[in-house]
Design a protein. Structure first.
Length: 234
């Protein structure tokens, strides 16, 4: 009997972006009808970034990855809300020392072992990749790969999963967020790739060949691509 595919519970970042787009449409419609002034409400849009960050941290409790990108979303959203709603300006020069402290603390934490993640003898079953104005290359040969969290902001992520495998009758999930960046994912030929990522002035290109016969190994690509690109190939 075939094992049912596991389902991640709760809303995703794509859901929040979709709701933000719906709210923008409603606000502009009411503004055109002169029911309200949309400018009074648009300054609250960074709250959506905070919600996305909280969701990433929530999913990271079970997935084991995505903490750092979640904290980045929360930090950027809170900073933009403070500048737009509380009417005082926080310059990057003022918060740079705190960023250095956070970065140093994270490196020390990782140096002492950091987060315990599920891994096999030949690779990690789950991982996260964060590229900000730079590049990140990751590889996994885990035979029980379960997923990853990839964030590229004006940078690029290169992920090689060609030596990895997914447990038969199950699925792996890769959450992507690309903003002016690119993510390149290489997968084995016996994986079935399903793309559910939402491009906004960007693109998601699936170059994989469908496996021969019925494949019980599925890879789900979901997330948001803003003025960037995601490519999957085998």
């Amino acid at each position: 009997m075939r094992t049912p595919y596991p389902v991640r519970r709760g809303p995703t970042a794509q859901t929040v972006f979709g709701l933000l787009i719906v709210l923008l449409g409603v606000l502009f419609t009411l503004d055109n009808l002169e029911v309200l002034d949309a400018r009074e409400y648009l300054r609250f849009w960074p709250a959506g970034l905070v919600v996305i960050g909280l969701l990433k941290i929530y999913h990271a409790r079970s997935a084991g990855h995505g903490w750092i990108s979640g904290l980045i979303f929360i930090g950027i959203g809170a900073w933009m809300l403070a500048n737009g709603v509380l009417y005082f300006t926080i310059s990057l020069r003022e918060v740079l020392p705190l960023l250095l402290v956070a970065l140093g603390a994270y490196m020390v934490w990782r140096g002492f072992g950091g987060q315990k993640r599920e891994a096999t003898a030949d690779g990690q079953a789950s991982f996260s990749g964060l590229a900000i104005m730079g590049g990140v290359a990751r590889r996994s040969s885990s035979q029980a790969f379960v997923g990853a969290d990839l964030t590229a902001v004006m940078g690029g992520c290169e992920i090689d999963l060609r030596q990895a495998s997914i447990a038969p009758g199950s699925e792996a999930v890769i959450d992507v967020f690309a903003f002016w960046g690119g993510i390149d994912i290489k997968v084995p030929q016996d994986w079935t790739v399903i793309t559910r990522a939402m491009p906004l002035m960007g693109g998601v290109e699936d170059k994989t060949r469908a496996p021969q016969g019925i494949s019980g190994k599925r890879l789900i690509i979901r997330g948001i691509v803003v003025m960037g690109g995601v490519t999957i190939k085998n």
